[in-house]
Design a protein around this ligand. Structure first.
Ligand SMILES: Cc1cc2nc3c(=O)[nH]c(=O)nc-3n(C[C@H](O)[C@H](O)[C@H](O)COP(=O)(O)OP(=O)(O)OC[C@H]3O[C@@H](n4cnc5c(N)ncnc54)[C@H](O)[C@@H]3O)c2cc1C
Length: 486
């Protein structure tokens, strides 16, 4: 297998000296506590690296990669470490390259509709700046306060507003990235249109740190809507909620966002946060945005459609306080779930399938049957209008039996998703937790992906062992105290 061609070499004192010459004493660390911390991301995995480096410039990234490539040391680029599939976990040791010091907004050119930003800039910080000009970078991941632009590009992140505004890849006009051998590539343009050759900047989208280290990105700007409103529609069952979503799209009415929650997610949030949501079996929180007049019209249409597919209550609002409590409740699903069942944690497995919107009711039914079959509590929620469903499982993380039943359910959830023309990951990436099922789903792409990887990283130093190179199971290298899988 290709992955094993990566010859892992130790980070010895000569390597440390060479790297110190590039980034200075305060630009790297080999302290045990730092290394342990950088062995995590927000996934269920952990592996301690040998060194952490924090470059400040593209040239420093280039010099570090030259050193690592010559010594064949793995390098894992890292944004904020909010990834949920283990893509930033240094599974083969080596160097973690923390990009958070490269956090400047370099240039905002509103007349040309672009912003040029370093890869370490936080999503929310970029939007704070853009909002001064009436623009925004709208994809809106749930981790907006922390995740970095480079990590978003590398994961092709998206979020609540993807149905109307698209994913990160739809905004990438250009990127500066550094190849494994240290060559600096300025790809793409500062133009809205570009049909000149291979779209190399977009090749970085979804590359998960395996093809190059992104250091700067030019993003297209979107105009901020003048106003928005929300509608909360409650249902007796999650299938009706799913039908509401496809009926909206078929109308056609493209909401700015549309979040679906099932009974487990609603119960978890209501228990943890003092009932911010109605007590029902399923709900959709739908956002419409634009100019005031179309927003009014869309609010009425959403209400009619929700009622026509069986909503038991519909609450339209522009009240900022109420909207804030709904959206905070939706964002709190993941954390609230861990408080639902004593001794159980919510784990990120099968966490972001994407399906054709019309298949959502079938998918939710299939997921519920699989959960019953394996006797695991599964919460289903997500950005349903773009077909993106999250499931989270509640498992006792110290129990081998729980993990085994969970893993079996995960593979069946993925099989059901693929059978419904869906994909195993819509926004979080492949990393480790989806690797075996991704390889089943994309059989016909793997050879070409490997050819690209070989051409750009012949020594296989960039984030080796991930995506199509993963050889373990989805339970290998768990960060939880389950001795069979640690
Ligand atoms: C509470 C919560 C909510 C979330 N909600 C969403 C959501 O709604 N939508 C969504 O898409 N995701 C979501 N995520 C997942 C995650 O936040 C995103 O995928 C995010 O884009 C990851 O960014 P990061 O900076 O943390 O990257 P990291 O996790 O640090 O890295 C992710 C991948 O990108 C690579 N990488 C990072 N920086 C670079 C670089 N400069 N050059 C090359 N490769 C690089 C890493 O090697 C790794 O493979 C959520 C996570 C959490 C914890």
């Amino acid at each position: 297998m290709f992955s094993m061609e990566c010859e892992v070499c130790p980070v010895d004192s000569a390597i440390c000296e060479s790297i110190e010459k590039v980034v200075g004493k305060d630009g790297y660390s080999t302290r045990i506590a730092d290394l342990y911390t950088y062995g995590f991301d927000a996934s269920i995995y952990h592996k301690t690296p040998d060194m952490v480096v924090q470059p400040r410039t593209t040239e420093q990234v280039s010099e570090i990669l030259k050193i690592a490539n010559a010594a064949k040391i793995p390098v894992v680029p890292r944004g904020a470490g909010t990834g949920l599939c283990g893509s930033a976990v240094p599974i083969m040791g080596g160097i973690v390259m923390d990009m958070s010091r490269m956090n400047r907004i370099l240039n905002v050119s509103v007349g040309d509709l672009w912003v040029e930003v370093e890869a370490g800039c936080i999503y929310d910080d970029l939007n704070k700046e853009l909002s001064k000009h009436g623009f925004f970078f709208p994809v809106g991941p749930g981790s907006a306060e922390a995740c970095l632009i480079g990590g978003m590009v590398a994961n092709n992140a998206s979020g609540m507003r993807a149905v109307k505004y698209g994913a990160t890849r739809d905004y990438v006009l250009g990127a500066t990235f550094v190849k494994a051998d240290g060559e600096i590539v300025h790809a793409g343009t500062k133009t809205i249109k570009d049909s000149s050759g291979y779209q190399l900047a977009r090749l970085m989208c979804g590359s998960e740190g395996t093809l190059g280290v992104i250091t700067e990105v030019t993003l297209k700007l979107a105009m901020k809507p003048k106003t928005s409103a929300y509608i909360l529609a409650a249902f007796d069952n999650v299938q009706d909620a799913g039908r509401c979503v496809s009926a909206l799209i078929a109308k056609p009415l493209i909401p700015a966002s549309c979040e679906l929650m099932d009974s487990v997610s609603i119960m978890a949030v209501n228990k943890a946060r003092g009932n911010p949501l109605p007590d029902c079996n399923a709900l959709c929180i739908i956002e419409v945005d634009g100019d005031p007049e179309p927003v009014e019209r869309d609010m009425k249409t959403v209400e009619e459609i929700a009622r026509s597919v069986g909503a038991i209550s519909v609450t339209p609002t522009k009240d900022k306080k109420l909207i804030a409590s709904w959206t905070a409740a939706r964002k709190a699903v993941m954390t609230s779930l861990s408080a639902l069942k004593p001794g159980h944690s919510s784990v990120s497995l099968a966490d972001d399938m994407a399906l054709p919107v019309s298949k959502i009711p079938d998918a939710v039914t299939a997921y519920q049957e699989i959960a019953k079959k394996y006797n695991v509590t599964v919460a289903t929620y997500g950005h349903a209008a773009d077909g993106n469903l999250h499931t989270k499982m509640l498992l006792n993380p110290t129990s081998k039996d729980d993990w085994d039943r969970g893993a079996a359910a995960v593979h069946e959830i993925f099989d059901a998703t693929i059978a419904l023309d869906g994909t195993v990951t819509g926004e979080h990436g492949v990393g480790i937790s989806k690797a075996p099922d991704f390889m089943k789903e994309r059989v016909s792409s793997i050879k070409t992906m490997r050819e690209i990887k070989r051409a750009m990283d012949p020594n296989n130093i960039l984030n080796p062992g991930k995506i199509d190179q993963w050889e373990g199971t989805i339970l290998t290298n768990l960060r939880y105290p389950c001795k069979e899988y640690m």
